[in-house]
Write a new protein. Structure first.
Length: 550
């Protein structure tokens, strides 16, 4: 009889799930739910305003996803044939919970406290704490720091937790655990509290089986000394392992069979590698969506400046997995569509019965490289790699009275390709071979212009994985490993992973122009991003001060 696993991907805006055949990865059914609260970056549900650089989510939205997608998938086949569940989530996306696992924001006493909610991966309120951690780790010569790019990122676990301690001590002391959202979701299905090895390795300074020493945390804040014992406890679940079994209550609620394995929690970008069929070193996978993660496998762990981390066995057994990323890709396209497009453009799109972005893409595709006269910096949500600075901001250079919307739209796409090349070159310069470039995620599937620009800028073919729901399929693969169908995720990738759907080859005449444009981008990148001109930070500080005076 056929057997199936469920993979659920909790992204930035929605939860998406697939039911996959474990024999070949074929998608049998899928389901999706947009988060009712979306991203809370302006105010809480109660109306309380949020500070600048905040990005929160409501944990009830995650539960709503489970309630919506699991019964639908369970009804697609005989539930007795569903043998496992895998989950992934953005990271570090974290929330404070009580000892029994209830989020503090569910408690009326904390419903109006923003620190009691889920802090998304792109919550940048902890930049000050991250900067202090970097300086302290550098001054102490912490051995783990070079393996996290030598810069602590505000998007990670401990800056957000220290921010909670220092800005909302009542929340910090009330919580029993500070948990990654994916670990909390596994907990809801299994009744078992575990910690994902993947999340710990990349987002929580967990290297070679240990965290930094107590005196490092004490030097940051005396009340932070025992943070590991007090807030980070719980057994660590290796990738592909069974974190627990589906409880009777959960099985009844969702129409599934009780006792099936639930795989250890994972990170949305990382599960995409086996989904894309990547099973060996040297192949970089870019998961291009609202943001982009760039993950490449290597035979050994090396320090790479500005990367997000390297973890042995972090994706596939026996290999070191390097992570870097761009904090804003599709988000910048959406920003432009929402805020900078005229009513005439919207009317034209409506007349053609296409989306505004489809119209902009159509017009931008008619332009030749360099024809817009623009070059942009892709830092609309800060820079994750290689500068790891959330106080950097976006920029467009070359605007004139003749600049059209499609000029700007194309420049934004090009800027994300330049940012990807910075990351690619940084890997290579640090001794990490990158021999092939693969892409998955929504932008890679929907925007052919963007992928052709990437090929031209990177000067190498871009292979598109044939997986519409890459993270969800990846989680289904890890579920098959947890269920014992495959020995590891590499074997699962070869059996269930997607094939290459399309390849974009560089166009020689475009490559020549983009080489010149990239060199201009790189000069701007270093001028504004490496401290030569701190105007972006000055402007951001003035903006923050102005908002405080309102």
């Amino acid at each position: 009889m056929p057997q199936y696993t469920i993979g659920i991907d909790f992204g930035s805006l929605s939860g998406r799930a697939v039911l996959a055949n474990v024999a070949d990865g074929r998608e049998i059914a899928s389901a999706q739910l947009d988060y009712p609260h979306a991203i809370m970056d302006r105010k809480l549900p109660c109306g309380k305003a949020l500070p600048q650089d905040w990005a929160l989510q409501h944990p009830q939205d995650y539960l709503d996803v489970l309630d919506h997608v699991l019964p639908l998938l369970a009804a697609s086949v005989d539930p007795q044939d569903i043998i496992g569940i895998g989950l992934d989530c953005t990271a570090s996306t974290v929330l404070p919970v009580c000892a029994e696992g209830a989020p503090l924001c569910f408690d009326p006493a904390f419903a109006e406290n923003p620190h009691a909610y889920v802090k998304m991966w792109k919550h940048h309120g902890a930049q000050e704490q991250a900067s202090r951690m970097t300086l302290l780790a550098q001054s102490r010569g912490e051995e783990w720091l070079p393996y996290y790019g030598s810069i602590v990122n505000a998007e990670w676990y401990f800056p957000k937790l220290l921010e909670t301690l220092e800005d909302a001590p009542e929340v910090y002391h009330a919580m029993a655990h500070y948990v990654e959202a994916v670990d909390w979701l596994v907990w809801q299905l299994t009744g078992t509290h575990t910690r994902s090895y993947c999340c710990l390795g990349y987002k929580s300074f967990y290297k070679d089986g240990k965290f930094p020493e107590k005196d490092f945390f004490r030097a940051l804040n005396p009340a932070f000394e025992n943070v590991i014992e007090e807030k980070v406890s719980g057994p660590i679940a290796a990738l592909g392992s069974c974190a627990g079994k589906l409880t009777e209550d959960a099985a009844k609620r969702y129409g599934l069979k009780a006792g099936i394995p639930v795989a250890a929690g994972n990170i949305d970008a990382h599960v995409c590698l086996p989904a894309a069929g990547v099973d060996s070193a040297g192949k970089l996978l870019a998961i291009v969506g609202t943001s982009t993660c760039h993950i490449v496998l290597g035979t050994k762990a090396l320090p790479v400046p500005g990367m997000s981390g390297v973890v042995k066995d972090g994706v596939l057994p026996g290999l070191a997995a390097y992570e870097a990323g761009q904090s804003c890709v599709g988000d910048s396209f959406h920003w432009f569509e929402r805020n900078c497009v005229s009513s005439a453009t919207r009317h034209e799109a409506a007349e053609k019965n296409i989306s505004v972005q489809a119209l902009l893409t159509e017009k931008a595709a008619r332009l030749k490289p360099g024809q817009s006269g623009l070059v942009a910096l892709d830092w609309w949500n800060g820079n994750r790699s290689v500068l790891a600075d959330t106080d950097l901001t976006g920029m467009i250079l070359g605007m004139t009275l003749q600049t059209a919307p499609e000029d700007i739209y194309r420049a934004l796409i090009e800027s994300t390709a330049y940012g990807a090349r910075v990351i690619l070159e940084n890997y290579r310069e640090s001794g990490v071979p990158v021999q092939a470039f693969y892409a998955s995620g929504g932008v890679s599937q929907k925007n052919a212009l963007a992928m052709q620009i990437y090929a031209d800028v990177l000067q190498m073919p871009v292979h598109i994985a044939d997986a519409a729901q890459g993270p969800a399929l990846g989680s289904a693969i890890y579920a098959a490993v947890a269920a014992g169908v495959y020995s590891d995720a590499a074997e699962g990738a070869r059996r269930m992973g997607a094939k290459v759907a399309q390849t974009y080859d560089p166009i020689p005449e475009n490559v020549c122009v983009y080489e010149k444009l990239y060199q201009e981008y790189k000069q701007l990148h270093d001028y504004f991003g490496r401290g030569v001109n701190p105007v972006m930070k000055t402007l951001k500080a003035l903006k923050k001060g102005g908002n405080n005076h309102e």
